[in-house]
Design a protein around this ligand. Structure first.
Ligand code: EPU
Length: 432
């Protein structure tokens, strides 16, 4: 008889979170920086890579391209691209995460050919890759998409170009920066994304010998160089993991000290939490947050950095459900990023979903029930709702949690929550 296992997280109700939590390295900075190791001929050693399903899948992708990966005792990771020949990336590896598409730019720049399947990843909208492909074509790449695979090649080196992005795509900007860093001449990217993860990537490429200026600004200039040399580099801390714990403090009326952060990356969420009634004290690489009374509901509208991040929208909506008063959450980045709202409704939330806006009535008494995570950040939103609900909430589809959050259950339990992972084995009866 065939057996299937399912995993569920049970989240018990109503604990005021208290204590300290240490934030990991940034997932969304690690993925492009791992890909950028392909640009050099010599090994790089990366510190502060978070141990997540997504970073493991990205390392697996490089390993499948014959890069030698070594995990050291101090948790740093060496990536040696010497044996890499620029072979096609396997579909099964690529579909595990959207970040696998970040291999296109470096592979094409270094090996003059790349075959990368269209990526998988979170189900939050159409998520096209036209911006990546249009930019590479402007740099002289010949690109065809056949059978779900991007076939890219170039005769000689890619050529520097002036590119204006239709949308300030994060991974689109990253792919083009990596491709341009080994191109002939200067590339100028207008309407570039400004996220801190892009600045971290550019710092790494510049350390390897690249010539990039303007990272974190609207226009980025990249002067192509002949060669890049592998280096030792530190990944920044994860602003989205930090933001998730900050909102968790607010929703439970808790009191947390959050270590290993870059406070300057958290401006928009700090402002909104203070509006909701949180008291926040900022130190150099840590902050403390407490919510002394019931939070006030606050409207948000997601935007590219430095605006309110779409990756904290689900967590914020959970907060607005139980907070005092009505509010509106407007999602401007991804068209299908409200799957969690339907799960909150199952818990009793009074929400009206209208296109890209969700209006919450506020003061909801959420009741624990069976709910399903639909993407990485939705899974965090559901856990936060579970912490604020009466009774026990059972969350399934946990691989989304494991893709984006390190030691999530342990961290929450250390802060006083009761969260347990249960594995259930189901017997599958075949009916003939
Ligand atoms: N877009 C296009 N064409 C493109 C690329 C994007 O129209 O070629 C559109 C998208 O459909 C979307 C908007 O542009 O509406 C922004 O998408 P973007 O390309 O910026 O997103 P991404 O690069 O695919 C990264 C993060 C996401 C994060 C978004 C927005 C990584 C690996 N992923 O995705 O992170 O939500 O930027 O900030 O960096 C997560 O960590 O859970 C996550 C989903």
């Amino acid at each position: 008889m065939q057996k299937n296992t399912i995993e569920q997280l049970s989240v018990q109700s109503r604990t005021k979170l208290q204590g300290s939590v240490h934030i990991s390295g940034s997932k969304n900075a690690s993925l492009p920086i791992i890909a950028a190791c392909l640009l050099a001929k010599t090994p790089s050693r990366l510190y502060n890579i978070p141990r997540l399903l997504d970073t493991t899948s990205m390392l697996e992708a490089l390993s499948s391209l014959a890069c030698n990966i070594c995990i050291h005792e101090d948790h740093s990771i060496s990536i040696d691209p010497k044996q890499c020949t620029g072979e096609a990336l396997n579909k099964n590896v690529a579909k595990k995460l959207r970040g696998s598409f970040l291999i296109l730019g470096p592979l094409l720049a270094r090996y003059k050919k790349a075959q990368i399947p269209l990526p998988g990843g979170c189900n939050i909208g159409a998520r096209p890759v036209d911006i990546h492909l249009t930019g590479l074509r402007k740099m002289g790449a010949y690109i065809e998409v056949q059978g779900g695979v991007v076939h890219a090649s170039t005769q000689g080196k890619l050529k520097g170009a002036e590119i204006t992005l239709d949308v300030a795509s994060v991974t689109g900007t990253e792919n083009l920066i990596m491709a341009a860093s080994l191109a002939e001449g200067k590339t100028i990217i207008h309407n570039a994304a400004k996220e801190p993860e892009i600045v971290n990537l550019c710092d790494f490429i510049n350390l390897m010998g690249g010539k990039i200026s303007g990272a974190g600004e609207n226009t980025i200039e990249i002067e192509g160089v002949e060669d890049l040399t592998g280096k030792t580099f530190n990944i920044i801390y994860d602003r989205l993991e930090a933001g998730t714990y900050m909102i968790a403090a607010a929703i439970t009326q808790g009191d947390l000290k959050i270590h290993n952060i870059h406070p300057e990356h958290l401006g928009a969420v700090i402002d909104k939490l203070e509006e909701a009634g949180a008291i926040i004290t900022i130190n150099k690489q840590s902050l403390s947050i407490c919510m002394p009374k019931k939070p006030k509901a606050v409207s948000i509208s997601t935007a590219v950095y430095p605006g309110f991040p779409t990756d904290l929208q689900a967590q914020w909506l959970a907060l607005n459900c139980i907070a005092d008063g009505p509010a509106c959450v407007q999602e401007n980045i991804f068209e299908h990023r409200f799957m969690h709202a339907i799960q909150f409704q199952k818990m009793g939330a009074n929400l009206t979903i209208e296109g890209n806006r969700v209006i919450s009535a506020g003061n909801d008494k959420l009741i624990g029930t069976d709910i399903i995570a639909s993407d990485i950040r939705a899974s965090a939103g559901l856990i936060l709702a579970g912490l604020a609900a009466c009774g026990t909430t059972y969350i399934s589809n946990l691989h989304h949690v494991d893709r984006g959050y390190v030691h999530l259950e342990e961290n929450f339990c250390n802060l006083g929550a009761t969260i347990k992972r249960k594995t259930q084995t189901l017997e599958v009866v075949s009916q003939k």
